[in-house]
Write a new protein. Structure first.
Length: 255
């Protein structure tokens, strides 16, 4: 299949649509806490699915890792850890702020920083392109500010001090998640050597980049699963996995 701008735009729109909806099924898992949902989600999203794709389209994974420099692997690991922190704080921020406001703040900031950071570190972007892109990013940032003001207005409707503290904590966590989200883009940039090694061995662009994603996701899974397991241990809530009807909760969390 030939790569075209229309196909790329369609895939971006499809990905954005699924990204916007992926947390909705988790609201139906009423018998579970955050840590149950996040552990199952992390396993499927950050570990199982990425490596199933790689296993299906990359014949010799070890050879590509061997051909990738240690420096590139280290940088990808650092950026992957930053992305893991962004994902973890995303889950916490959504639990504090709710889906609507949390999504707007996190993805607005993440899109802004994630688009701007690669432009700043790249030497291949012309001045004309920067002048075209930066005003759009400023408009996006203004939208994030409006969402924050809307949340502040909503918080004022409830004068309880606990609510005020929860709102401020939620804003800080969401802002951290949005800012750290740019490390995912930087991780893909650092994975250029791995992509080149894969292409040299005959892999498609999709397969080579899937391996980069799967490698980055190892760090996302490790941190997010460790945090979820720590909460399960702290709250002694492993037993909730065995609740009647919890089988459907596994499906909701996986989605």
């Amino acid at each position: 299949m030939q790569n075209t701008p229309a196909l790329a735009l369609g895939m971006i729109l499809l990905g954005g649509m699924f990204q916007a909806m992926f947390m909705v099924p988790a609201k139906w898992a009423k018998g579970w806490k955050f840590e149950h949902i996040w552990l199952i989600f992390s396993f499927f999203c950050f570990l199982l699915f990425p490596w199933l794709i790689v296993r299906a389209c990359v014949p010799d994974i070890g050879a590509i890792f061997a051909a990738t420099s240690g420096r590139d692997l280290l940088l990808m690991g650092l950026y992957g850890t930053g992305w893991a922190l962004a994902a973890l704080s995303f889950g916490i921020g959504i639990s504090l702020m709710g889906l609507s406001l949390g999504f707007a703040l996190i993805f607005g900031l993440s899109a802004f920083v994630g688009a701007l950071a690669p432009l700043l570190v790249s030497t291949a972007v012309s001045r004309e392109k920067m002048l075209a892109i930066v005003p759009s990013l400023m408009l996006m940032l203004a939208g994030v500010a409006l969402c924050s003001l809307a949340g502040k207005w909503q918080e004022k409707q409830d004068a309880a001090s606990s609510s005020r503290g929860r709102y401020l904590k939620g804003i800080l966590v969401c802002a951290f998640s949005g800012l750290m989200g740019a490390t995912g883009n930087l991780g893909f940039m650092a994975g250029g050597g791995m992509v080149a090694a894969g292409r040299a061995q005959g892999l498609s662009v999709f397969a080579a980049n899937s391996l980069v994603l799967a490698y980055l996701c190892l760090f996302l899974f490790a941190l997010n699963a460790a945090y979820s397991l720590a909460l399960l241990w702290q709250h002694s809530s492993f037993r909730l996995f065995l609740l009647d009807g919890s089988a459907r909760y596994f499906v909701f969390a996986m989605l």
